[in-house]
Structures are given as C-alpha cells and as structure tokens.
Write a protein that binds this ligand. Structure first.
Ligand code: PAP
Length: 323
C-alpha cells in the first residue's frame, strides 16, 4: 500500500513536471535541449531530475552540502571533506582500508540531483545517518527550500576559463557522438548558456551568502586550494566543526589528508583508473584529467582569454569576488 501511494504521488510529480518544463524558456546548442529553471540552464534530463528531487528531499539541520558548479573540483572537495570528517574512524595515514582507496569520491558523497531523481527517487538519501555529507551542482536559488537555511554549505569555485576547458573535454569524451567544437562551446559559455550556468551567477549566489552568513557558507577557490592545500584543509576542518588538534598537526595529519586526496594519488588508484562511478555511471578516469591550474592557456587564443576575462570581470564587478 505504501509503495502504491508512493508511486501515485510520484506519477503526480512526473505529470506536474512535464507541464512545468513546457512553460520554461528552452534553447538548443549542447547535446539536448536545455531549460532555464530559475535562471539556471539545465539539460532536459537534469531539469526533470531537479523538479522531481526538490519536493522529495528532506533537509536536516546538520546536513553538510558540498556545492560546486560542474568541473570546479567537486571530486577533490568530496575526497577532502569525507576524509576530514571521518578521520577518527578512517585515519588518512597510509592504511590499506581507507574508503578512498576502493571508492571514487562520488560514491562516498551522493549528489542531491544525480542519478536522475525522476528515475531514482531520493529515498537513498533518507537512509543516510546524520550528519549527512551531500553534494550538489545546483545554484543556491535552486536548492530545495529550507536547505540553505538549515545546512552548512562548502562551495568550491574555479577560474572560469579552466572550468570551460575541463567541461569541454568531459563532454567530448562522454558524448563523442555530438561534435561540439571548442570555439562553439566557448561562445555558448560566454553567452552564459552552459550546463548549470551562467557560471558567474552560480558563483555569486554562494559568494554573497558566504558574506552574509560566513558560519553557514564557506567559499573556496580551486586555484587557491591548489596553491595552499594544507591551509585550506585546516580551514575546511574548522568550518565542519572538526578542527585538527595540535597533536594531529604536529604529527602531520593535515599533510596526510592532502596527500591521500591529491590528484596524483587518486588518479593512480585502480578504482579511479579503471572503475565506473556507480551513481554517475561514467568512467572514473574522466574525473582526473590534468588537475592543473591554467590549462586554458593550451586551448584559448589570447583574444578568447581576454574576452572571457572581460565578461567575468564585468559580471563580478562590485561583488568583491575576483579571479
Ligand atoms: P564534475 O563536475 O564532473 O564532478 P569536478 O570534479 O568538479 O568534475 O572537476 C573535475 C576537475 O577537477 C578536473 O579538472 P581538469 O579537467 O582541468 O583536469 C580534474 O582533473 C580535477 N580534479 C579531480 N580530482 C582532483 C584532485 N584530487 N585534485 C585536484 N584536481 C582534481
């Protein structure tokens, strides 16, 4: 009976969503039509997933949400936050049974909206004991209601030119059937028409909130984290309420977390070089391309870089956020 009720409710959500998407602005250009949902461009499938997820998700006061625009270092942040939070049961020091050695970070920290929630309801999230470590690519405006007031959020952003390059490689690899030239992707990205974009609005939503409620939103930059990982891991631990003790610091526990979660280490693990992420369904190796800051320089002309820099500067002007 409960199952029947759940299915009826679910079908109701489905039908409602079908009519809602038909009223949204839509545009072609990527691999399938995108819809503009509250200012955020999402693929058809993701729009349906988000619409199905929002009414089903039950936020808890102690949830921790790792939020990112795609290709900003989500995999890295998931590895770091998981390791920091669970270090008393799973020390980061070279052990043979740390979960990161056998699981891709995405299989340890689930997304709210992935796998597609119209096909895979969020009940799996209800079953996770508190405090839950969850993640999303959604902008602040699309988080399920009250999530933003209840949860603590760690947001990681990245230099937009590197985001585009990373995203273009990702799409080129997962969808070899659709030929989107880099130049075309660049134009669409500059227009603000990109997956989960526009990227600047995504950043600004969390940036402004981190200024209003710094105890609720920790705003990090990939590029700064790459330059000073130890400092950022300590900041992360403090924000998450599990600061490193003096004793841990003196025996190098912070550096151990940095090493365990480093690009080179994670990339070298068989689970990441050969495995497939259960939840996302893509090859894990896709998530570990170069892990470099500034790879855009190998793909963009000086003019392209200047154009995107100008747009970024203009979009972020007055906010205090710079790259
Ligand atoms: P997603 O949006 O598909 O989840 P996400 O993890 O956010 O991807 O971003 C992937 C980028 O983070 C890749 O960047 P690149 O394409 O420029 O190389 C990937 O290499 C990088 N990355 C993954 N793991 C790490 C890590 N441990 N340290 C630093 N960068 C990493």
């Amino acid at each position: 009976m409960a199952q029947e009720q759940a299915e009826t409710k679910y079908m109701g959500i489905e039908q409602e969503n079908e009519s809602l998407t038909s009223s949204l602005p839509t545009r072609e250009g990527w691999w399938e039509p995108f819809f503009l949902l509250q200012g955020c461009w999402l693929s058809t499938k993701m729009t349906r997933s988000v619409m199905a997820m929002k009414p089903q998700f039950h936020p808890r006061h102690d949830d921790i949400i790792l939020a990112t625009h795609p290709k900003c270092g989500t995999t890295w942040l998931k590895a770091l936050a998981f390791t920091v939070i669970n270090r008393s049961t799973h020390p980061a020091v070279a052990s043979y049974d740390h979960p990161l050695l056998s699981h891709n970070p995405h299989d340890l920290v689930p997304y709210l909206e992935i796998p597609f929630r119209d096909l895979h309801p969020v009940t799996e999230l209800d079953e996770i004991p508190s405090p839950r470590l969850l993640s999303t690519h959604l902008p602040l405006t699309l988080l399920p209601s009250s999530t933003s007031t209840l949860s603590r959020v760690v947001y990681l952003c990245r230099e937009p030119k590197d985001v585009l390059v990373s995203f273009w490689y990702h799409i080129k690899t997962v969808r070899p059937d659709i030929l989107i030239e880099f130049d075309r992707s660049f134009e669409l990205f500059c227009e603000g028409f990109s997956f989960y974009g526009p990227v600047w609005e995504h950043y600004l939503g969390y940036w402004k909130q981190s200024k209003i409620e710094p105890e609720k939103v920790l705003f990090l930059k990939y590029d700064e984290m790459a330059a000073e990982p130890t400092k950022h891991v300590k900041m992360l631990a403090e924000f998450l309420g599990v600061p490193f003790t003096d004793e841990e610091e003196s025996r190098g526990a912070v550096e151990e977390v940095v090493r365990l979660c480093s690009f080179q280490h994670l990339k070298s693990l068989p689970v990441n070089s050969q495995g497939v992420t259960e939840r996302i369904g893509t090859d894990n190796s896709l998530l570990f391309r170069t892990g470099k800051v500034g790879d855009w320089a190998n793909h963009m002309t000086v003019e392209m870089a200047q154009k995107l820099d100008c747009i970024t500067e203009e979009k972020l002007r007055g906010s205090g956020l710079t790259f």
